[in-house]
Design a protein around this ligand. Structure first.
Ligand code: GAR
Length: 210
């Protein structure tokens, strides 16, 4: 049986689309079982519906507090038989209740080479800092934002004349390869956690990913 993914989104959903596209190959070891959005107008919901995937909108303001909202998300993911939760542009900080419930079964994609540039506006900050390399990171989620064992990273060179938009576009291309790769590695049992480090077996890293 394929690993069942629950994908949490807040917006565009291009990384969700990358996972949907990867899973359209029946030999891919994972499938998207449920998409949850905290925003009813997230474009990613249409992508899921177009692929015939179950969707759920859970708006925080419809719940008494953050714990109640997250408890509802946990219940929906469990009911859907989800084995791995993927944050894909989910722009709310998850509380320890949620993070612990899915410990080592919860991953995120972040648009920088962590631990550099956690948080927002990563592309503008990378340009501002003058780094030569920027990129994206797929990592297990820990309570502290944008930390946790790194599963896959992909780097791009920063050009002298890059703008946040141009750099973001090149990083996003890599995100769409890195996320399906990370999910595949987990689904195939090729990621081993050693303390707070993830060790990936038998992957020759080629950056950017072709
Ligand atoms: C992606 O670039 C993702 O890395 C970023 O939001 C974008 C979502 O795009 N996530 C974060 O910044 C989380 N800290 P998408 O909705 O098209 O996948």
């Amino acid at each position: 049986m394929r690993l069942r993914l629950g994908v949490l989104i807040s917006g565009r959903g291009s990384n969700l689309q990358a996972l949907i596209d990867a899973a359209s190959d029946p030999t891919y070891p994972a499938e998207v079982a449920l998409v949850i959005s905290n925003k009813p107008d997230a474009a990613g919901l249409d992508r899921a519906r177009a692929a015939g995937i179950a969707t759920l909108v859970l708006r925080p303001k419809d719940f008494a507090d953050k714990a109640a909202h997250e408890t509802a998300m946990i219940a929906a993911l469990e009911t859907a038989g989800v084995g791995l939760v993927c944050l894909a542009g989910y722009m709310r900080l998850l509380s320890p209740v949620f993070v612990q419930a899915w410990h080592n079964r919860l991953i995120n994609i972040h648009p920088s080479l962590l631990p550099s540039f956690p948080g927002l506006d990563t592309h503008a900050r990378a340009i501002e800092a003058g780094v030569w390399f920027h990129g994206c990171t797929v990592h297990y989620v820990r309570v502290e934002m944008d930390t946790g064992p790194i599963i896959v990273q992909a780097a791009v060179a920063v050009a002298d004349d890059d703008t946040p938009d141009s750099l973001s576009a090149r990083v996003l291309e890599q995100e769409h390869k890195a996320y399906p790769l990370a999910v595949r590695l987990i689904a195939e049992g090729r990621v081993r956690l050693e303390g707070d480090r993830a060790v990936v077996k038998r992957v020759a890293m080629i950056v950017p990913i072709a």
